[in-house]
Design a protein around this ligand. Structure first.
Ligand SMILES: [Zn+2]
Length: 215
């Protein structure tokens, strides 16, 4: 089975993708892992990618596509795969399709973990810690009894700057502009499988398995 996993930051996509890959015994491919492996192995593509990474720039689409094509040509994708974190844009999705067409294969399903904005913002900004004793709290699994107050010492709970709701909203906006259009791209190809991303991780995993009709 050849799958793509889509979902906003905080949708739980990464966790579910790793778990499913193990369950159905296919390769889990995240672009981060692909890049790190290529850099470590010192391949031509790895060296090219490293230049951008060291400069703090985004690695260009063609290098990412070439990295996936290298895996394809080596036969590493023959038993199925889950692409996690790629594609993120329409041009990337088109380039990926062209590459798979050259290889005589394609995507079976694009699994979309569907979580509404309010819940995403709650999840991403729900990471807090105590300004006095540093105890950590997390929405929804581990919330303080009284909002904003540490259970242990009564200290004030604070967020890291990256987790502030305004910053989180901004990350979500970037996702919507760049990545949400590819949901429509896969919907038009009739391969989009939307899965409600609410409830426990086990609930969500069961929905994915049912949706894909795998044991
Ligand atoms: Zn405390």
């Amino acid at each position: 089975m050849n799958l793509i996993f889509l979902g906003a930051p905080g949708s739980g996509k990464g966790t579910q993708a790793v778990r499913l890959a193990e369950q159905i015994d296919v390769l889990h491919l995240s672009t981060g892992d692909l890049l790190r492996a290529a850099v470590k192995q010192g391949t031509d593509l790895g060296r090219k990618a490293e230049k951008f990474m060291k400069a703090g720039e985004l690695v260009p689409d063609d290098i990412l596509i070439d990295l996936i094509e290298e895996k394809q040509n080596a036969g590493d994708l023959n038993s199925g795969f889950i692409l996690d974190g790629f594609p993120r844009t329409i041009p990337q999705a088109e380039a990926l399709d062209a590459m798979f067409e050259r290889a005589g294969t394609g995507i079976d399903k694009a699994v979309l973990l569907d979580v509404d904005d309010e819940e995403i913002i709650k999840r991403l900004s729900g990471r807090m810690y105590c300004s006095e004793c540093q105890a950590g709290y997390n929405y929804p699994a581990n919330m303080p009894k009284v909002e904003g107050v540490c259970d242990r010492c009564g200290g004030k709970l604070v967020r890291r700057p990256d987790d502030e709701p305004e910053v989180v909203k901004n990350r979500l906006d970037v996702y919507k502009k760049q990545t949400q259009p590819i949901e429509d791209y896969y919907r038009k190809q009739s391969v989009l499988l939307p899965i409600p991303g609410v409830g426990t991780p086990d609930d969500i995993f069961d929905r994915i398995r049912k949706g894909l009709d795998v044991a």
